[in-house]
Design a binder for this molecule. Structure first.
Ligand SMILES: Cc1cc2nc3c(=O)[nH]c(=O)nc-3n(C[C@H](O)[C@H](O)[C@H](O)COP(=O)(O)OP(=O)(O)OC[C@H]3O[C@@H](n4cnc5c(N)ncnc54)[C@H](O)[C@@H]3O)c2cc1C
Length: 482
């Protein structure tokens, strides 16, 4: 990737993915039941070697995957993303045994993963989670509820965030890998506006032991934040893919549809609307790519860039899909029309992984901290969201107390969009060094999907990420009040 564009190999890979999504994956998605896990679709993503890429590729590749799949099949895109979200904590912080047990199955599409953080009373305010882990012999028993959990209740395992220490804020949360067949665990599906598979979970004294802990006890909030830091820009990529699909449909329709003696495209207001849709989509795309590239570079300003990318892309997609509906007229609202589908799909990403308002707060806090006007990057004002809310997904670096030492080289390379408020120690908290992502945005895609070719790098499922072998990070985000 050059500064402002993908390279030819990346462009070709995206085209292949769009074709694959439309021709191979969309029929599988259409055969599934809305709101339920579509196992044949997940299996196909595994057979095509795409799930593996979520763990072995860079953040930019993850974005390209999500954007391209979303263009042809939002269900395929979401199935892929949810496997990544649910299993990333295992990949990032799991023991060898946990990784060997689950990651190859997830990558093959045989096991379905889920990320269970949100609760009925703790959504944006994720640090307020109450699911209790009560000590029980060498382990714990989990009691409480999780809500709005994608892939629940049909997942094969859940990454569950539970409170192991009362009154300890984000430092009293532990991440557990909970197989779905544990006694005391039950769940129910939720019907939502979008076709997203989602449900609620009930924990009635579910036993978990030391072998089920992901990372360290009481340090699970960090696991959640690191996962979300990777995935937040890619939510923007999902939105860009939907926006592009809506724009393409609008172009085709307004060129073909005649009214008042000519095609709609001859009406200036129509042409200008299409131009606006395209311009905003491209701007969102560039911001998403920049955020992902910054992540891959280990840049210090990743949190603000990710927040901007997620915010702009999801809001843009909502505008573009709505405009496309308007240009189509009534037919777009007919059940089964692409735009009717996108209209339902495009709404949720403005809420999950950081509501738009929360992203704005994260951006503003970073701006003021960088300008030396914030009270303290590590101590957000009372009532302000911790960078670590599930959605916000602020990474540890987002609230680092390290004094502002000016933009790091990585920040400058990335254009210095937001001056780094965190010091160089933040660098490298993104994709662990040594992964394929270390090649940054210029890394080449692997062989075409469908070949099943699997890289044997250090981040292949089953391999331990180097970053986890280093000293534990102590991010102030874990101390942030919510
Ligand atoms: C389709 C879908 C899939 C999901 N998947 C998962 C999943 O897999 N795992 C999981 O753990 N969770 C998941 N969630 C839950 C999601 O993370 C929460 O919905 C999100 O955190 C918002 O929480 P909430 O819905 O409780 O809204 P609240 O936190 O109650 O917020 C409601 C609204 O209040 C406003 N608001 C909140 N905080 C602030 C603030 N600080 N500043 C300004 N305004 C604010 C915003 O407008 C926000 O939309 C999913 C949600 C959806 C819709």
């Amino acid at each position: 990737m050059s500064v402002f564009s993908l390279d030819p190999a990346q462009i070709a890979w995206c085209a292949q993915l769009r074709t694959l999504a439309a021709e191979r994956l969309r029929p599988l998605a259409e055969a599934g039941e809305p709101g339920r896990v579509n196992r044949p679709l997940v299996a196909a993503l595994g057979e095509l070697g795409l799930l593996r890429r979520v763990f072995t590729g860079s953040a930019l590749e993850l974005c390209l995957l999500r954007e391209s799949l979303a263009h042809g099949s939002t269900e395929a895109e979401t199935a892929l993303a949810l496997q990544g979200l649910g299993a990333a904590p295992v990949h990032q912080a799991g023991t060898g045994a946990q990784r060997e047990r689950w990651l190859p199955e997830v990558a093959a599409g045989r096991a379905v993963a889920a990320f269970a953080l949100s609760e009925p009373e703790a959504g944006s305010d994720a640090a307020a989670i109450a699911l209790k882990a009560a000590p029980d012999g060498p382990g714990w028993r989990l009691s409480g509820e999780k809500c709005w959990i994608s892939n629940a209740p049909e997942a094969d395992f859940y990454t569950v965030f539970a409170r192991t220490a009362e009154g300890a804020g984000t430092r009293g949360i532990t991440a557990f890998l909970v197989p779905a067949d544990r006694p005391g665990l039950s769940g129910s599906p939720l019907e939502m506006l979008s076709p997203h598979p989602i449900g609620a979970l009930a924990f009635d004294g579910v036993p978990v032991g030391p072998d089920d802990v992901l990372g360290q006890a009481d340090r699970g909030f960090r696991v959640a934040m690191r996962t979300l830091d990777l995935f937040r820009p890619s939510v923007g990529a999902f939105a860009v893919g939907m926006a592009q699909a809506a724009l393409d449909a609008a172009l085709a329709h307004t060129a073909a549809r005649t009214a008042f003696g000519g095609p709609l495209m001859d009406l200036q207001s129509v042409a200008h609307t299409v131009a606006e849709m395209a311009t905003r989509t491209e701007a969102a795309r560039l911001l998403v790519y920049a955020a992902a590239a910054a992540y891959d570079d280990g840049a210090a300003d990743v949190p603000a860039r990710s927040a901007m990318a997620k915010l702009l892309a999801t809001e843009t997609a909502q505008y573009v899909v709505d405009a496309a509906v308007q240009l189509h007229g009534a037919q777009a609202l007919r059940r089964g029309h692409l735009l009717e589908h996108l209209y339902r799909e495009v709404r949720a990403p403005r809420i999950y992984e950081g509501a738009t308002e929360v992203q704005r707060t994260v951006i503003a806090r970073r701006l003021y901290a960088a300008a030396g006007r914030g009270s303290d990057a590590a101590a957000p004002p009372a009532g302000a969201p911790a960078a670590g809310h599930f959605p916000t997904g602020g990474a540890p670096q987002s609230t680092s107390a390290t004094p502002d030492t000016g933009p790091s080289p990585a920040t400058m390379r990335a254009g210095g969009l937001v001056r780094a408020a965190a010091g160089p120690s933040d660098t490298g908290r993104g994709r662990p060094s040594g992964s394929s992502s270390a090649a940054g945005p210029s890394s080449r895609p692997e062989p075409p999907p469908g070949t099943g070719a699997a890289p044997a790098g250090p981040h292949a499922p089953g391999a331990k990420p180097p970053a986890e072998e280093g000293p534990a990070e102590e991010g102030p985000a874990e101390e942030s009040p919510v």
